[in-house]
Ligand binder design. Sequence first.
Ligand SMILES: *[C@@H]1O[C@H](CO)[C@@H](O)[C@H](O)[C@H]1NC(C)=O
Ligand SMILES: *[C@@H]1O[C@H](CO)[C@@H](O)[C@H](O)[C@H]1NC(C)=O
Ligand SMILES: *[C@@H]1O[C@H](CO)[C@@H](O)[C@H](O)[C@H]1NC(C)=O
Length: 466
Amino acid sequence: MNILPLLITIAGSVFFACTYGQLHPDIPSRYRALPPLREQARILDAWKEERISRIPALLKKYDIDAWLMSMREHAEDPVWWSIKNATQFAAHRRTVLLFHTNTSYLAGRPNPLVWVDNTGQVWDDLRFILMQYQSKRIALNTDKNIAFGGGLHVGEWLELYEQLPYEWMKAVSEPMLAVEYIATRVSGQLGYYRLLQETVWAMIEEAFSERVIKPGATSTVDLEWWFREKIQAQNLSTWVHPRVSVITPESFPGWAGTDDIIREGDLLHVDFGVTAMGMNTDTQHMAYVLRTSEGETDAPNGLIEGIKKANRMQDLVLSQMKPGKTGNAVLQSSLKQMETESITGQIYCHPIGDYAHAPGAVMGKPISVSASLRIMTFLVGFTNLPEYVPVLGELPILPETWYSIELYAYHFVPERKETLRFRLEETVYWVDEQRGWDFVYGRQERLHLINWPPSDVHGSKLLVQS
Ligand SMILES: *[C@@H]1O[C@H](CO)[C@@H](O)[C@H](O)[C@H]1NC(C)=O
Ligand SMILES: *[C@@H]1O[C@H](CO)[C@@H](O)[C@H](O)[C@H]1NC(C)=O
Ligand SMILES: *[C@@H]1O[C@H](CO)[C@@H](O)[C@H](O)[C@H]1NC(C)=O
């Protein structure tokens, strides 16, 4: 028997246990088209069916008999956006949804039961059904901390209070229903998500090049609007205004880029995302503007090393991110690892999918909390929270959720005699026990280089009038 293939397999799995899938692709990324809208709708509805079919089991897991949602047009429960049909753009009139465990009286009935009502008849129907169904534990989305589990508007809650017997209004809040339902991917999504990620890379590779940036003329704000227009030209939309920065010791992760003319020798950063087919991306890359006027052909070594350090942090976080562990546990063991390797930086990872900042476990911790960071209390990102993140940090890592590995490493750059933040963000998905997490498309390991002036098709530099 030839044991060589077996040895290679074993060696391969050891290898994959500590590195992760495709890293920085060797060939340029391409803009990838998505199917026509009508075909997308068919695909989206199939995903939705697959997701909804898991709800009875989810209810049983949390010992819930029925999950009741009530909403009016334009004040939808966040969960509605993850259960709606592809051709629905709002919940009409008063929409009431009842998910059930598909047993006893309701076995085989549509799940959810849906009412679109403007006469009040829904309440008679609902009382009758709940009576027959003999539900004991009804879940309502009334959680105080987790947005996705707290989507029942106060007006709707008052209405339910009047319409349903008091017995049922002792309903339970179980935010994990919404968290797990919204966070859980279905396998068909990954292929399309990878196409979206490649398009994001293609966009960054184009933006961070001499095709778009002319040092001394193009500004970071020009580049932000370039991204906006490009996203639209690709028939995509977005959930965030792109943020482009010139990185200096003072520039830190915030809710805006910097406002600078881009110059030779600048270290650039972008943080942006796109939206399509009910999915969102969230990516951060860095670039260097070569000092071509001085004959420079590569970035200074200190900057190259900074990216490597941020890559090492990604590896540390991924090696600690075991499904079932809480976000806080992952955070604390990652920080311990960083300390062992004398790496300082900040981790602020989050789930991503139906929302860019999707429900589920976050892993977040700052190194130094500045006053301005302190006021940025936003639900994810957590650049403002210490080693322990309440509520969301205590949720478990779920294997069927995608996570954005968002972080920065501090690195002293000798050529500039200053310490800079190397900020990277890339999305991972769970492959299996053996291979762990893998990057959906790849991860940045080399700086994008702006090599002005542009070359012609044969690679010779074009003479550009300045
Ligand atoms: C989606 O469409 C199907 C078929 O028309 C319908 O039965 C279902 O109630 C719709 N879903 C929602 C959330 O309205
Ligand atoms: C609901 O129950 C029926 C039988 O009553 C079964 O055929 C169907 O597969 C069940 N659906 C789910 C989602 O469990
Ligand atoms: C965007 O959609 C329009 C209209 O369907 C189409 O003509 C165009 O080719 C699409 N652009 C890209 C980049 O896919």
